[in-house]
Design a protein around this ligand. Structure first.
Ligand SMILES: Nc1ncnc2c1ncn2[C@@H]1O[C@H](COP(=O)(O)OP(=O)(O)O)[C@@H](O)[C@H]1O
Ligand SMILES: [Mg+2]
Length: 295
């Protein structure tokens, strides 16, 4: 098998024909060929991706099998899931898969930090890669100062930071979190939802993962977000305020960064500007207390 994939990889590299899917990859390139997905990128990232996939296989979540790692090329070869990304499904189909996305994420979270002798990587935190809320906020404000000139936005961010400071941190609980569970990292195939792309995984509080996914789907549709949460087995009022604010900050930050750089991200769903603004406005409404959660 590994000789076979090695040969295919050589072909992908040298062939003039464009087999590449290469669709959506930001830090990496993914080539879909035959029954395989070849993911190439920087050594550290690709190795992490593969090791997390290995670890995630110990959960009952649907994860593509690892076929091989091509030494010296920084390429991990996954089983190709020949379905449709959730992002490319119709609105109704998205709604219909949302419950199952929640169910899959809950399974993914069954991997506990303490149940493995040797940590896969050092990061272990509640606030993404930050150990404390204060660090997250300070770092956020620092970076933010440097990139935004927009005073309305500055006010808004300040408002969220103040609220974040005021609320309690979630409990210390450390499970494998995906870190990037948006609708391009989920594939629907044969009536199953598969989770892919483990480059942003951390060990941390699972609610952070859930909330970020919730906010992501909320921008598409309140109902999709609702079904997702139901599939995960949580109630809206069980989400932590701190995770909500943190999630909002991260999303607004992304918007701001792209605005400053005059670029709408290619991975942002249906990248029409109106829709993009509409999504951002929904987040802003959350801050202005129009969110159905009690905060
Ligand atoms: N195992 C796979 N089967 C089918 N398609 C895949 C697979 N892995 C990746 N892809 C496709 O490649 C895209 C980018 O892969 P991903 O692992 O998400 O990389 P990145 O970290 O660059 O986002 C995905 O959105 C998906 O379309
Ligand atoms: Mg991805």
């Amino acid at each position: 098998m590994s000789e076979n994939v090695q040969r295919l990889w050589e072909k992908i590299k040298t062939d003039k024909i464009d087999y590449k899917l290469v669709d959506g990859g930001n830090q990496s390139n993914v080539y879909l060929y035959d029954k395989f997905a070849f993911k190439s990128g920087r050594e550290k990232e690709i190795q992490k991706d593969m090791r997390i996939a290995e670890l995630a296989h110990k959960s009952k979540a649907n994860i593509p099998n690892i076929i091989s790692y091509i030494e010296n090329e920084n390429v991990v070869v996954y089983e190709r899931i020949d379905g449709t990304k959730i992002r490319n499904l119709s609105y109704d189909e998205k709604i219909n898969t949302a419950f199952e996305i929640g169910n899959q994420l809950r399974k993914f979270h069954s991997i506990n930090y303490n149940s493995f002798g040797e940590p896969v990587f050092d990061e272990k935190s509640v606030y993404g890669t930050y150990n404390t809320k204060e660090k997250f906020i300070n770092d956020f404000i620092d970076t933010f100062k440097n990139i935004s000139q927009d005073s309305n936005f500055k006010d808004l961010i300040e408002k969220v930071c103040i609220r974040l400071k005021e609320c309690n941190s979630p409990p210390e609980k450390s499970v494998l979190c995906h870190g990037d569970i948006h609708i391009s990292n989920l594939i629907y195939y044969d009536e199953k939802v598969y989770i892919i792309d483990f480059g942003d995984a951390t060990f941390g509080f699972p609610g952070t993962d859930v909330t970020e996914a919730y906010l992501n789907y909320y921008e598409t549709s309140d109902y999709m977000a609702h079904k997702f949460l139901e599939g995960y087995g949580l109630e809206l009022n069980q989400l932590y305020d701190s995770s909500i604010y943190q999630g909002i900050l991260k999303r607004l930050y992304t918007r701001m960064w792209h605005e400053e750089n005059n670029e709408i991200p290619k991975w942002w769903d249906d990248c029409e500007e109106d829709y993009y603004n509409y999504r951002c406005n929904k987040l802003i409404n959350i801050i202005n207390d129009e969110f159905p959660v009690k905060i």
